[in-house]
Every structure is written in structure tokens, then in C-alpha cells.
Ligand binder design. Structure first.
Ligand SMILES: NC(=O)C1=CN([C@@H]2O[C@H](COP(=O)(O)OP(=O)(O)OC[C@H]3O[C@@H](n4cnc5c(N)ncnc54)[C@H](OP(=O)(O)O)[C@@H]3O)[C@@H](O)[C@H]2O)C=CC1
Ligand SMILES: O=C(O)CCC(=O)C(=O)O
Length: 423
């Protein structure tokens, strides 16, 4: 799906330019933000279980470090590519600035379909990738975390490989680790939880009672699955969900725990889910279904100029990174559909990653209540800042979020003596 010419990096630059102009910045003041500070492409040879050798391509892109060490996830996906990782790295810089945590932005990826690899092959791939990016990462330098098709287990392998090279355990080199080896309680659910916090606040602002709305979620992975589960637990009506294979719908509300239990068997997909009263829909139908709140939680470029006019939701909360193409943004704005942008809506993950890193540095372990309360506080403060900026500049929430981010990053750059960080 999506337009043929979509390029996430060009999309990011176009949005950045619009926001910087709206802020009244001169091109020189934000030019640096169009480019990553550092890009690394690596080859990753892996001995497969059948004895053959395969070489995979991997990336780590460091976008900006004006506000602190680089921070951002690692994605394993067959379509991962340099421009995608460049865009994702820039979005991390903007996201960390929007929620005002002391990080810059980075992202990594490997062009691989992980479902085609055995667990042992994945371990070898991850360990070799870690050694390839080792000169760039470190707890004060660049701190990876999970993203699409990576999880706590993969972070554990990265931490172990890095620690082997250092000769001692370095938990702070990655976040999103299993709790037993220094991960933060609440990190695995944090992105989805943050999405629900922001959705609720936005609905309240619009005068829509959150409990009375219907919700549709695209993607039932870490982020979409958790958001759907929390909404269900809060008694809200999730009427449609999907994964790569397609979606399911029930207007009275889906049984989300039953769906998640079904999907916990990794060999199962939603196209095979059968339950009385539940109908099958395509991903396209999910995006354009009649609902109040649409939560895209899969990949980029799902809401495009081709389907934006058909979207029936009143509010879109972007749980995925980059789900909306810039052309669609204009159509949605004209149609008065409120879009809560990714760099605000899905920032809960990196916020709790920050808490995890702080716990690692202090050798502390916080309680779940403490983590969730702090998460809520940071998310609501960010929402408030973005909302105020968009009101002040009569703009969309996306423009508001970008303006908050650009302001904070360029200010940090100036305070360090350059237009932007000269690190
Ligand atoms: N993990 C995190 O903490 C954070 C993630 N994000 C962003 O959230 C999004 C989802 O990430 P995450 O949940 O971690 O990833 P996961 O790998 O856990 O889940 C991805 C989900 O998206 C589904 N999916 C993939 N392609 C499509 C498609 N074309 N149509 C519908 N569904 C699809 C997958 O289906 P299937 O299982 O069938 O492949 C899966 O359910 C990404 O954009 C990511 O960058 C943002 C902030 C933090
Ligand atoms: O937790 C993190 O450090 C980053 C998560 C991530 O990759 C993202 O927010 O897109």
C-alpha cells in the first residue's frame, strides 16, 4: 500500500522545513537538522544452520546529539533501508526533544526477514551486528532499544556482546532489556501505555468522552497489542485490529485478551482467527472503517493521499513512526481530523527507556507505580507544550510538536556555541 514515490527521509525533511518556516527560522538555523551527524552501513556475515553463509546489510544512523547521547531503537525488517533509518533517527531526535529528555536521536536496522531465521541464526546475526556498530554505541554515546521485530531478548544479546568486549557488564548500553538483567519494569508496555494516555487527553480536549468512543488499531505487535489491551482493560470498545495478514472487526467490541492469546503462538496470524460475531476485514478496510479513534501501530506510509479522504475516524493517534504521508496530512487537516503525531504519541517507549538508563546509572530498580506515574506526568507535560504551541501558531498538532522540538534542539545547539551541535 502507499504511493510509489514515498520516501520517509524526504517526508521528514518536508515536514521539518514547514515547521521551521512557521517558527520563523532562517534556513541556516535548521539546515543541519536535515542531515544525520553520522551514518554507518555494515555487512553482517552469518553462518546459517545449514552451513551456508549469508551476508546481511545493517545500519546505525546518528542524527543529532545537541541535547545528549544518541538514542533509538533497532529494527529487523526485510524492507529496512538507509533512507528509512535516516528518517527514523531524525524522528528520535525530535521525539526526545518533545518529551524533553536529555537525548539526541539515532536508529538502527538490519535488512532481514527475522521470521525466516532460526533463533540461533538470530542470535548470531545480532551478535555480529553488535560488533559491527560497537565503535558507535555505549551508555554515554548511543543507546539502542527495541523497535519492529526486536524485543527484550534481542536487547539482552546486544548487552551481552557489548559487555564481552568491555570485559565487564554494561547494562546501560541498551534499554528495553529483560527486567532480570537491568531492564525497567514497565518498559515493554510503555509505548502502548503512552499512546493511551495521549489518546485520552486528546479526546477530553475535544470534548469527546473517551469511554464512549470506538477504537481501531492497525498492528498487534508490542505497541498496538499493548494499546489495545490497555483500552480493553479500561472498558473501552476496540472494534477492529489487524496484523500483517489482515484484520478482524466486531462493532460491539473485540475480545482483545482472546486475540492476544491467539497471537501469542507466533505461527498464527489474524487471518486465521475465528470467533462468533467477528468478521474479517482487510488492512485497508481497517484504516477507513467507521470508528472514532484510529491508532496506526504498524509501519510508515499507511495513511496516504489515496485513502486520507476515506478515513472516517475523528482522531488519529500515531503509535507507529511515520504512518502518515505529508500529502495525507493536508487532506486530514482540511477534513478537520485531529492527528496526534508520532513524535508525541509514541514517545512513551523512549521515556521509560530514559528511566531505565537512569536506573542503570544509579544501580536502582523503581517500582511499577513509580514508572507509570512518571510516564504519565512526562507525556501530559509534552502534550500540553505541543498543544500550546499549536494554538499559539494556529497550526496542527504535528506542526506544534515539530516546532517545540526544533526550538529545543536549535537552542541547545546555540548554547553549545554552534548553530546546532558541533559534536
Ligand atoms: N517498540 C517500541 O517501543 C516502539 C515502536 N514504535 C513504532 O511502533 C510501530 C510498531 O512497532 P512494534 O509494535 O514495536 O513492532 P512489532 O514488530 O512488535 O509489531 C509490528 C506489528 O505491525 C504489524 N504489521 C506489519 N506490517 C503491517 C501491515 N502492512 N499492515 C498491518 N499490520 C502490519 C505486524 O504484524 P505481523 O506480526 O503479522 O508481522 C505486527 O503486528 C513501528 O512503527 C515502530 O517504529 C514507536 C515507538 C517505540
Ligand atoms: O526506547 C527507545 O530508546 C527508542 C524506541 C524507538 O525506537 C522509538 O521510539 O521509535
Amino acid at each position: 500500500m502507499g504511493t510509489k514515490t514515498y520516501n520517509p527521509y524526504e517526508n521528514m525533511v518536508a515536514v521539518l522545513e514547514q515547521a521551521a518556516e512557521k517558527l520563523g527560522l532562517k534556513p541556516d538555523e535548521y539546515e543541519t537538522l536535515k542531515y544525520p551527524e553520522r551514518e554507518l552501513i555494515v555487512s553482517i556475515p552469518v553462518r546459517m544452520d545449514d552451513g551456508t553463509l549469508k551476508v546481511f546489510e545493517g545500519y546505525r544512523v546518528q542524527h543529532n546529539s545537541a541535547r545528549g547521547p544518541y538514542k533509538g531503537g533497532i529494527r529487523y525488517h526485510q524492507n529496512a533501508n538507509q533512507d528509512e533509518v535516516k528518517a527514523l533517527a531524525a524522528w528520535m531526535s525530535f521525539k526526545c526533544a518533545v518529551v524533553n529528555i536529555p537525548y539526541g536521536g539515532a536508529k538502527g536496522g538490519i535488512k532481514v526477514d527475522p521470521t525466516k531465521l532460526s533463533r540461533d541464526e538470530l542470535i548470531r546475526l545480532t551478535r555480529r551486528y553488535t560488533t559491527r556498530i560497537l565503535p558507535l554505541i555505549g551508555p554515554d554515546q548511543d543507546i539502542p532499544a527495541p523497535d519492529v521485530n526486536t524485543n527484550g531478548e534481542v536487547m539482552g544479546w546486544i548487552m551481552d556482546t557489548y559487555s564481552m568486549f568491555k570485559g565487564h557488564s554494561v547494562p546501560g548500553v541498551v534499554t528495553g532489556k529483560p527486567v532480570e538483567i537491568g531492564g525497567s519494569i514497565g518498559r515493554a508496555e510503555a509505548t502502548g501505555r503512552g499512546v493511551t494516555i495521549i489518546a485520552e487527553k486528546c479526546l477530553e480536549d475535544l470534548g469527546m468522552e473517551p469511554q464512549e468512543q470506538t477504537y481501531a488499531v492497525q498492528g498487534m505487535g508490542n505497541v498496538g497489542g499493548t494499546a489495545a489491551k490497555i483500552l480493553y482493560e479500561e472498558g473501552k470498545r476496540v472494534i477492529a485490529v489487524s496484523d500483517w495478514s489482515g484484520g478482524v472487526m466486531k462493532r460491539e467490541g473485540l475480545d482483545i485478551p482472546d486475540i492476544l492469546a491467539f497471537l501469542s503462538d507466533r505461527s498464527k496470524a489474524l487471518k486465521d482467527y475465528e470467533k462468533e460475531g467477528t468478521e474479517h476485514i482487510s488492512n485497508e478496510e481497517l484504516l477507513t472503517c467507521k470508528c472514532d479513534v484510529l491508532i496506526p501501530a504498524a509501519l510508515e506510509n499507511q495513511i496516504t493521499e489515496k485513502n486520507a479522504a476515506q478515513i472516517q475516524a475523528r482522531v488519529i493517534v500515531e503509535a507507529a513512526n511515520g504512518p502518515t504521508a505529508i500529502e495525507a496530512d493536508h487532506i486530514l487537516a482540511e477534513r478537520k481530523i485531529t492527528v496526534i503525531p508520532d513524535i508525541l504519541a509514541n514517545a512513551g517507549g523512549v521515556v521509560v527507556s530514559y528511566f531505565e538508563w537512569v536506573q542503570n546509572i544509579q544501580s536502582m530498580a523503581w517500582e511499577l507505580d513509580e514508572v507509570n506515574q512518571m510516564l504519565k506526568k512526562v507525556m501530559l507535560k509534552a502534550y500540553h507544550d505541543v498543544s500550546n504551541m499549536s494554538k499559539e501558531k494556529s497550526s496542527t498538532m504535528r506542526m506544534g510538536a515539530y516546532m517545540v522540538a526544533i526550538n529545543r534542539i536549535t537552542t541547545a545547539g546555540r548554547q553549545r556555541g554552534g548553530p546546532i551541535s558541533m559534536a
